[in-house]
Design a protein around this ligand. Structure first.
Ligand SMILES: *[C@@H]1O[C@H](CO)[C@@H](O)[C@H](O)[C@H]1NC(C)=O
Ligand SMILES: *[C@@H]1O[C@H](CO)[C@@H](O)[C@H](O)[C@H]1NC(C)=O
Ligand SMILES: *[C@@H]1O[C@H](CO)[C@@H](O)[C@H](O)[C@H]1NC(C)=O
Ligand SMILES: *[C@@H]1O[C@H](CO)[C@@H](O)[C@H](O)[C@H]1NC(C)=O
Ligand SMILES: *[C@@H]1O[C@H](CO)[C@@H](O)[C@H](O)[C@H]1NC(C)=O
Ligand SMILES: [Cu+2]
Length: 267
């Protein structure tokens, strides 16, 4: 589908003017599909369904404040009972209907939950969890300044009508257990008005690993971001940013586990 056809289709679709959102997840090849929440579909047919792996997000609207409690897992963030099975070292792919905004970073986070007999991920307070970043991408190096360079957020878009796919590897030596995964697209196309688009799902991660990050990687949501962070309070179209070729992704460093070759997995 051409860009023009797609835009026409969007303008007449129920999702008119929508940015997009994280619809489904896949694991493995050939992919096994896990359905997420769809704010445009009947809530009664989704709330509390035995297959629901994603936390509920009732609207596609962004969260505008880094201190909003719903920055953790969107609003209302109500859990479903199901978990996506995935092995440490495997990719989890987030599937978006499409994504319209082109600039700003994308990050993926995990947080460990208690075991199932202590409530698993369903019972957790997402604002109290210890989140750690496992993946990030922002301005693609060598593509230009903040205003004119290519961001991963733009590269992730497909304009042929197929969904936008965002693969993230689960750290290979991560300790097995139940986790909440949090995908966040942060859009910074409007001056000093960052838009946060988080969605969460529940994972059942298997594997022989025993690693968790050092506690220095742990962040709270809200808390991971300072609202005054110059990467959030930013005008990428300013003269200064047209002369800037790097962008510091907020939320601290990525933890992807220790080098795999230090371990003997499965032996
Ligand atoms: C939503 O689904 C419920 C249960 O299937 C049904 O009773 C209700 O009429 C539906 N609501 C709408 C707006 O379609
Ligand atoms: C997500 O899964 C649902 C249910 O299988 C499907 O109807 C929908 O088209 C999928 N959306 C995307 C973007 O893959
Ligand atoms: C797995 O995810 C990583 C990002 O963590 C990506 O670079 C790689 O291309 C993905 N592999 C596949 C087969 O999708
Ligand atoms: C998680 O996966 C393990 C197998 O790896 C299984 O025994 C266990 O029942 C699963 N737990 C949940 C909550 O799905
Ligand atoms: C670019 O890098 C410098 C040096 O690390 C840093 O001080 C500055 O904040 C970065 N610029 C942006 C827009 O992130
Ligand atoms: Cu938008």
């Amino acid at each position: 589908m051409s860009l023009r056809t797609l835009l026409l289709a969007l303008a007449t679709a129920p999702r008119a003017l929508a940015h997009g959102g994280l619809a489904n997840y896949t694991v493995g090849d050939p992919p096994v599909w896990y359905r997420g929440y769809d704010p445009d579909e009947n809530a009664t047919e989704q709330d509390g369904q035995p297959w629901m792996v994603q936390r509920k997000w009732a609207s596609i609207d962004p969260i505008f404040s880094a201190t909003d409690p719903f920055i953790a897992c969107n609003k209302p963030g109500t859990p479903g009972p199901a978990y996506i099975p995935v092995a440490a070292g495997q990719n989890l792919t987030a599937v978006y209907w499409y994504w319209l905004h082109p600039v700003g970073p994308m990050t993926a986070w995990l947080a460990a939950c208690p075991p199932l007999d202590q409530g698993g991920c369903v019972g957790v307070d997402v604002n109290g969890l210890d989140w750690f970043k496992i993946w990030e991408a922002g301005l693609i190096a060598g593509t230009g300044n903040l205003a004119e360079g290519i961001w991963y957020q733009k590269q992730f878009q497909n304009w042929d009508g197929s969904p936008d796919l965002w693969p993230v590897m689960i750290p290979a030596t991560l300790k097995a257990g139940l986790y909440v995964v949090r995908h966040e697209i942060l859009s910074i196309h409007i001056e000093n008005k960052p838009q946060f688009y988080p969605e969460c799902a529940h994972l059942n991660i298997s594997g022989p690993g025993a690693d968790l990050p050092p506690t220095s990687f742990y962040k709270k949501f809200p808390g991971a971001y300072d609202p005054d962070d110059p990467s959030l309070k930013i005008d990428i179209y300013s003269d200064a940013m047209r002369k800037t070729y790097n962008y510091t992704i907020p939320g601290g460093p990525v933890w992807a586990g220790p080098p795999v070759d230090k371990y003997c997995l499965g032996c």
